[in-house]
Ligand binder design. Structure first.
Ligand SMILES: [Zn+2]
Length: 210
């Protein structure tokens, strides 16, 4: 099977979380050897088609978690996403707000825009987006506009989540598309990743006297 280009880009975080991310040294472990220059669409990676018909939401969330860990290893808020159509992963992305210096470079945002390019269609009517943290209003809006069929998330975000946590943009009556939603898939692992990340950030800040 011939390889397909996937976008190794972005992630997702609330404004508060973004503020909490210090411009600290990233752990280069996981990112070594990856292209660093250029915009988000230069960050492509050949990973091949992932044939996964009939597999579970948990399986794809595990893929999203792998992406989240990648983000965390680079000093980004650890959120990852994968976009799946008919059991195939089309794009895998992670939060890259710091790396791209782009506040919109959330995991789901990148997954959606990259998939539209990959599929050459902005209508993602057969797509399921798996994301490790409940989408923010920006990402939820993008997924509604893209006609994403289904959104599956891990950790809930009661303060800023737009998939039913703080508000429900994914199923908002005034908009002309509603996404199916499932939350809480592998939520413990997704939440733990975020918790550890911010705990480490706080410890770093205290150590340096900030
Ligand atoms: Zn977002």
């Amino acid at each position: 099977m011939s390889g397909k280009e996937f976008f190794q880009v972005l992630g997702d975080l609330s404004v508060e979380e973004a503020d909490a991310v210090l411009s600290c040294q990233a752990d280069e472990r996981a990112g070594a050897g990856e292209p660093r220059s250029g915009g988000r669409f230069d960050l492509l990676e050949e990973v091949g088609i992932h044939q996964s018909r009939g597999v579970t939401d948990e399986h794809f969330m595990e893929e999203a978690l792998r992406q989240a860990r990648k983000a965390g290893a680079k000093g980004e808020v650890p959120v990852g996403a994968v976009l799946v159509v008919e059991g195939r992963i089309i794009t895998k992305t992670h939060n890259q707000v710091e790396e791209l210096k782009d506040a919109t470079a959330h995991a789901e945002m990148l997954a959606v825009t990259a998939a539209a390019g990959e599929l050459e269609d902005w209508r993602l009517t057969e797509a399921t987006v798996y994301v490790t943290k409940e989408p923010c209003p920006m990402c939820a809006g993008a997924m509604v506009l893209s006609r994403v069929k289904r959104v599956v998330y891990g950790a809930a975000d009661p303060r800023g989540g737009a998939a039913g946590g703080a508000l429900n943009l994914l199923q908002f009556d005034g908009l002309n598309h509603k996404c199916e939603v499932r939350g809480g898939v592998k939520s413990e692992e997704c939440r733990e990743l975020l918790r550890e990340f911010f705990q480490a950030k706080r410890a770093e800040g205290e150590k340096s006297g900030n």
